[in-house]
Write a protein that binds this ligand. Sequence first.
Ligand code: CMP
Length: 153
Amino acid sequence: MERTLAIIKPDAVARGKIGEIIRRFEKAGLRISALKMVHLDKRQAEEFYHVHRARPFFDSLTTFMASGPVAVLVLEGETAISTLRAIMGATDPARASPGTIRRDLGTSIEQNTVHGSDSPESAAFEVPYFFQGPETFDYVRVDRHKGGDGPSS
Ligand code: CMP
């Protein structure tokens, strides 16, 4: 079982898209193991995105990520990391496939609505960055309800 970190970014929170995005996570069969809202300060955003510190967009990205609250989730599944990345789509919404979250909801390469861990190594840093052990939950997801949003419906 894999775990990955998802962030619903400030642009999506401000536009009332939290529910729409979480619906897509659940519809893809991902199990929500933890979720909360936080407002990062600039230093925390820099810490979280430290792998990008040499990039020209680092200052703008971290200013944007500290510009408003975000929703953060731990998602679980057999292939949670690649499943999440597939439904998010390419980093640049203009290049993302139709039907992906970024293509449907993103407005720019920076304001691209969602972040997801890109590897097991990233997830191992990113999940504990936001969540302590007792804040994550294990349970059996049951997809029995016909007509619901589960993968079996
Ligand atoms: P994310 O998946 O959160 O990981 C790093 C983020 O940097 C990425 O999504 C984009 O929001 C942002 N990013 C990547 N490339 C660029 C770019 N060329 N210009 C501006 N922002 C970028």
